[in-house]
Write a protein that binds this ligand. Structure first.
Ligand SMILES: O=P(O)(O)OC[C@H]1O[C@](O)(COP(=O)(O)O)[C@@H](O)[C@@H]1O
Ligand SMILES: [Mg+2]
Ligand SMILES: [Mg+2]
Length: 310
């Protein structure tokens, strides 16, 4: 995993350091903007719970709040010095933010502005997901230098992975409050949640799911928003998956905006991610809106999953 925001030098001993310092400041600014925007996104949900008349590039009908959150984050993130590209699952193309995307000190930001927006109508959990890549998009997860999510639960919280460590925050006051540093995923799995219709699961995944369910130490937790479900896995240990489906072998969730950030954060917390056979971070993207079978969680369960799908 690449962790290039924390120092280091290039061949002449200076240029790389300068680039890393500039990039670290850009990442600070991105994390601040996401944290500061959470309350605006949350309050902007009121009156925007309905569907718009538009589809996103994945073919999902956009909620009005999806469009609102995307426009808000695009305006704020693309204005940060050092952000060369902005991309989101709600728009077809990468936004050029006016800086050199291949420069050593610029980054690209990929966002799922509202994860789980179908939970708006019943007023259930949703989130905002982001990844900072040090390469132009689409890029593999190995080029992520920071990732994170905001969770709009009973209170608003944030988890951020950078520099090889995960930190959890509450976003209730003026400044984010650190509630846990060096977050690690528990070694003993407790919760599991699997997306997709059960009849559409391939036989090997169904076999794995049945084995997980039949263990008396495991409990079902599924809320219909990836971020809510993954945050439970990070808290209690376990597994979340949105697997390959019979009619869609690439599953539903998107590599740049969902798979890579979640994989980066869970791996930074000591867990594992997998597309069924390898880390999500090792999957080479073909297109910006590529989908990927997504499995993340406690290492022992991802190991068992890969052994079953082999
Ligand atoms: O309701 P479905 O089709 O099973 O899908 C649920 C999954 O789709 C998602 O809502 C997709 O994310 P978006 O809401 O960002 O499109 C995930 O959060 C969730 O895990
Ligand atoms: Mg999503
Ligand atoms: Mg979304």
């Amino acid at each position: 995993m690449s962790e290039r925001d924390g120092g280091g030098t290039d061949a002449d001993g200076t240029g790389g350091e300068r680039a890393d310092t500039g990039r670290a400041a850009t990442i600070d600014a991105i994390v601040d903007v996401v944290a500061d925007s959470a309350e605006d996104i949350r309050s902007g949900l009121v009156g925007r719970r309905g569907k718009s008349d538009r589809e996103n590039p994945s073919g999902d009908v956009q909620a009005e709040a999806d469009v609102y959150a995307d426009d808000l984050l695009e305006a704020r993130l693309s204005a940060i010095d050092g952000v060369a590209e902005y991309a989101s699952e709600e728009r077809a193309d990468v936004v050029d933010c006016g800086e050199e995307a291949t420069a050593a000190d610029t980054v690209a930001v990929a966002v799922d502005p509202l994860d789980g927006s179908s939970n708006l109508e019943p007023n259930n959990t949703m989130g905002t997901v982001f990844a900072v890549y040090d390469e132009p998009l689409p890029a593999p997860g190995t080029s992520i230098v920071a990732s994170g999510w905001v969770l709009y639960g009973p209170i608003t919280t944030m988890a951020v992975a950078r520099g090889g460590t995960v930190t959890k925050f509450e976003l209730s006051g003026e400044e984010p409050t650190v509630v846990e540093e060096d977050v690690t995923i528990p070694d003993d799995p407790l919760v599991y949640g699997f997306g997709g219709r059960v009849p559409d699961w391939p036989d090997d995944f169904a076999e794995f799911a049945r084995a997980v369910e039949s263990d008396p130490s495991h409990k079902l937790r599924y809320g219909g928003a990836m971020i809510g479900d993954v945050n439970q896995v990070l808290t209690y240990g376990g597994i979340f998956a949105y697997p390959a489906l019979a009619d869609n072998p690439r599953g539903k969730l998107r590599l740049q905006f969902e798979g890579n950030p979640i994989g980066h954060l869970i791996e930074t917390a000591g867990g594992r991610s997998s597309d069924g056979s390898r880390s999500l971070l090792s999957v080479e993207p073909n297109e910006l809106h590529d989908r990927v079978p997504l499995h993340v969680g406690t290492a022992v369960l991802i190991d068992r999953l890969e052994a079953t799908l082999e």
